[in-house]
Design a protein around this ligand. Sequence first.
Ligand code: SAM
Length: 422
Amino acid sequence: MRLLRQHADGSGLLEDLLDAELSKGALAPADRGLVQELTFGVVRWRSTLDWLIARKTDERPQKPSLKILLRLALYQLFWLDRIPDHAAVHETVQLARDLGFESQSGFINAVLRNCLRERPALEQELENLKQRSLHLGYSHPEWLCNRWLERWGREKVCSLLDWNNTAPSVFVRVNALKSTPENLAQQFDREGVLFTPRDFDWAPGGIAFELRSHPPLASLPSFREGMFYVQDPSTLLAVRELNPQPGETILDLCAAPGGKATMIAQLMENRGTVIAHDVEPGRLKLISENCTRLGASCVKATSPAELEALVPATQFDRILVDAPCSNSGVIRRRVELRWRIQPSEIERLRDVQLQLVWQAAAMLKPGGTLVYSTCSLEPEENSEVVAEFLATVPGFTRVSERSLIPFNDATDGAFVATLRKE
Ligand code: SAM
């Protein structure tokens, strides 16, 4: 409840607030799972829950804290099987009293019990809502649903919205600098990690494992020894297209926290140089930490001042621009993102992205490869950036362009364009 109130007050990102709360270590593993489920579920289903609350309270405005209490209880009653109804109602009423809402506790009790009495009819209404009003039924912003509907039509959009509302799998990439798929598999067996190796056309060779259940990953010897990196397979497409070779000099322009830079080092067998540049000093530190853990010794975390000093003496064989973006392809992983993303932000990011590709183009050797990637599904940030770049900078050709879309590829969304400098 405290977490959800802090989040509603704008006191921080949900994932950060949750991490800070859980890192206090006061909760048993099962309780940690429940806190995460409740927090993420309430934020994910916010607009559907609010529709339900409005429907059961004659649309009377509710105090923010009361609304959060009702969301928490209704999420348990309508979305979760693991909490008995009477416990969810009792706990919520008790929590209301503890928070000083003694006089409203009767009202909360009445609303929740009324919902329970009408459960079959309300469940049917929630199903109908998906037909009548996509954004309320699937709990997404209306403008985002409309923009996706125009592009893909109803069936695909419903599939995408369902994907966004499903808890994501954890994937790890085998770190070939420290291990092999076989060794990691044996080590995971010893550590009680249940997993399934998964091949993708752009990530073959059994390097992606989907985890079905696991102890806290950071506590595992396999993690400390750098045998794997937590990473969705969709993020590996850009590195595959970059096709780094041992001995080359490569720039990863937007590199933090280093997921792709360390995969580049892996493909280069640590021979050559990867300049892993980022503008955020705090995030540069993450690159260094990850490289140390993974043994990616050819990667150098590099600040803007350091990059400026390197250029123009250095020209790069290949450059990856994994640009900051709206992240609309990874909404299921970033639970609150759907409520933060704005059309104006997409426009602003497009300018940043174009600047980054222009900056990269000037540092690339003739004959070199430039890969532009995002985890956005929006054409403004993807093919339109590439088209504008090609229209404004002579001497580049488009080698390929590929989008991964959850309803086609069953992975997170990603866009990757490969360009060559003549
Ligand atoms: N490539 C990273 C990986 O695989 O782990 C993820 C990169 S993330 C999508 C985008 C990064 O761009 C952020 O770390 C952000 O700090 C950085 N960034 C934002 N503006 C930038 C700029 N003007 N120049 C370089 N990096 C920038």
